[in-house]
Structure formats: structure tokens, C-alpha cells
Ligand binder design. Sequence first.
Ligand code: ADE
Length: 223
Amino acid sequence: MRIDIISIVPEIFHSPFSNSIIKKAMNKGLVDIHVHDLRQYGLGKRKNVDDYPYGGGSGMILRIEPVYQCFSKLLLERDYDEKIFMTPDGKLFSQKYAQDLTEKKNIIILCGRYKGIDQRIRDHLISKEISIGNYILSGGELAAAVVVESIVRLLPGVIKNQDSIFTDSFQKEFFIAPPIYTRPKVYKGWAVPKTLLSGHHKKIKDWFDKKSMQFKQDSDSLD
Ligand code: ADE
């Protein structure tokens, strides 16, 4: 799978992509991630990428020309299955959608900044708009890193113990992972549930099943 990310602050991705799972997946050739600096496609000597909104209003808007130039270059090189724009007013991201994206061969992720982006980019260049939650970040970069991490860890071969993925929360819709414990059996008087120490496989399985059947409620948000 190949992921092309377009951003005016590509440095933000250095840390999340140079550690742990994503780095390992890249080294193993399981995913190919390219971060493009949109400023390289900026206008004029100053490589300008933003401008004031028509009709007035506060904040700067990402211009269409640099984005179009960057998209055109990529689209000449290969076909893309999905061209995603990270935005708080997009569709809410989910484990199910992360799983769907693992089936794609090539995707572009465009990160917004400033007040927003010229609507013509959304109308003509983008195929999907994704939000990671109903709150506002200063740009789409951290949201894109979240999306990339959630896709990459699902790619076959990335996580050694594939079984651990299937017991993650949300891997089945609305189900949460059961509580888990390790040594010591008792700490400051707080004990591990007896069933888990019983050695009785059937009882242990029933205990885990019962706990992970608890539905995640919509009302579980922090507002
Ligand atoms: N850009 C700014 N806020 C965002 C959010 N919540 N999700 C996706 N992209 C964003």
C-alpha cells in the first residue's frame, strides 16, 4: 500500500513515522509513505500557498493552484483509489473505515491548515472527507497521522500477533475489549478477578466474552 500525504508542515510527521509500528512496516516494505511539502508547489518567489477569502471574513484560505499542481504530478505517476481531505466537518473516522482503507492500493491524504481550503479543491479533487472527532485541530496533520497509524497496524504482517488485532475494541462494531490484568495478583489490596486465576479455560473464556459484550454507548462521549 502506498500513502501520499500533502501538507504545508511536513515536519509534523517526522516523529510519528520514524518510530515503532509505522517505521517497522515501512522497513519491511509493507507500506510506502511519502510526505509532500505543499510549499514546493507554492506561487511566485515566496512560494505562496494561501490567500484572503472572497467576500470577506477572517482567516486565510489554502489556494487551489498548489494543491492542483501537486495532485496532477501524483496522478500522472499512478492511479489513486481514494483522495482524502482531513477536515472536522468530514465523515467521522472509524475502525471499520480503517479496515476498508487497508484494501486500497494507493491513497492521497490532503491536510488542511488556516481557515480552510478553497471549496473547488473539495468539489473537484477530493473523493472522501474524514474527521477524527468533533473538535478543531490547527490542521489536518495530526488527524492524518491518526488515520495512517490505524490503517498501517491492520495491514497483514505488520503486527506479529494478528490475533491481538481481533480482540481490539471496535474490531467488531460497538464491542469493547475486556479488562486485562497481569502480575501481581494483588497490588495495594486491589485484586485480579478470581475467575482469571482459576485456570478453568471455559470459565475464563465466558468471563472475557461477557465483559466484551458490554456495548459502547453513544452517550459515552465526554461532553
Ligand atoms: N482538521 C482540523 N480538525 C480536524 C479533525 N477533528 N479531524 C480531521 N481533520 C481536522
